[in-house]
Write a new protein. Structure first.
Ligand SMILES: Nc1ncnc2c1ncn2[C@@H]1O[C@H](COP(=O)(O)OP(=O)(O)OP(=O)(O)O)[C@@H](O)[C@H]1O
Ligand SMILES: [Mg+2]
Length: 264
């Protein structure tokens, strides 16, 4: 092999103390049930600081629920959740956001009537109302930071364009930029390539690759070509459980995964 394959060290390979010390987010025996239906049943899951991990699996496998439980949107029915080694009670999603989790949903939550720049201003930490941005309270440092982030996704030229005129791909990028602005330790990104053109998909992959190393990122994705481009560790979910974890290559060669997901 002429290239190091990104793989996933199983939490089992680490002592519990090491897991608590070395994972940004670590889940133990997490179960989520909806009216008795078990949507998620994770014995161990750990993500290192600044690690990029892709979560794949068939529809209904529990991928979004995994992100919901990490972000605090959905409370776990049982189990333990550790953030930087500290056990979390069931935090609300706004509390988790304050702790440093940024969440990107399947549908963009960008304000149509505001420009690209104004949307970014609104996403600045500490900004809670549109009037704050409209009153021009953004300082020079914040302005530089906004422009630097927009530059990375080639949106600088569109800074004064109302976001309703953006393409789907540009909106997805803008939403990610808005999240990055808060400097989260963990980004949860649900199907970022859905509905993007090939060119936009490439840009999105580049952006995520660039962000790796600055934030831990969990990407849920169905597009296998996109997953391959991200060249990172993969967790396969199936019927709420972790079926296997490893490099894309390892996962693709796993007969169970082929049977349950890839071979369909
Ligand atoms: N709020 C809810 N109430 C009841 N059942 C739910 C709820 N949310 C999810 N489920 C169920 O839990 C299971 C896992 O759903 P989830 O959305 O996590 O799957 P997914 O892997 O993200 O699927 P997809 O690829 O379709 O997005 C599914 O069977 C789903 O119907
Ligand atoms: Mg989903």
């Amino acid at each position: 092999m002429n290239k190091t394959q990104p793989t996933v060290t199983s939490p089992r390979a680490l002592t519990r103390e090491n897991r608590l010390n070395s994972y940004l987010i670590y889940l133990e025996d997490i179960v989520v049930e909806f009216d008795g239906f078990r949507a998620l049943d994770i014995d161990l899951f750990g993500l290192h600081f600044n690690e990029l991990r892709v979560v794949i699996g068939p529809n209904g496998a529990g991928k979004t629920t995994l992100c919901d439980v990490i972000s605090g949107k959905t409370p776990a029915t049982r189990g333990r959740k550790f953030w930087k080694g500290i056990k979390l009670a069931d935090q609300s999603d706004s509390e988790m956001a304050r702790l440093g989790i940024g969440r990107k949903f399947q549908t963009p939550t960008v304000f149509d009537s505001l420009t690209v720049y104004e949307n970014m201003e609104l996403a600045l930490p500490g900004t809670h109302h549109v009037w704050q941005t409209l009153r021009g309270q953004t300082n020079v440092t914040e302005d530089e930071r906004i422009l630097e982030i927009l530059e990375r996704v080639s949106l600088t030229g569109s800074r004064d364009v109302p976001s309703r005129f953006l393409s789907h791909g540009q909106r997805q990028s803008l939403e990610l930029c808005m999240l990055i602005l808060a400097g989260p330790d963990l980004l949860l990104v649900d199907e970022p390539a859905a509905g993007l053109t090939d060119e936009e998909t490439d840009l999105m992959a580049d952006l995520l690759l660039e962000l790796r190393g600055q934030h831990a990122i969990i990407v849920i994705e169905h597009d296998m070509e996109f997953v391959r481009r991200l060249d990172s560790g993969v967790t396969v979910l199936h019927e709420g459980k972790i079926m296997t974890e490893g490099s894309m290559e390892e996962v693709q060669q796993n007969p169970e995964v082929v049977e349950a997901y890839l071979g369909r």
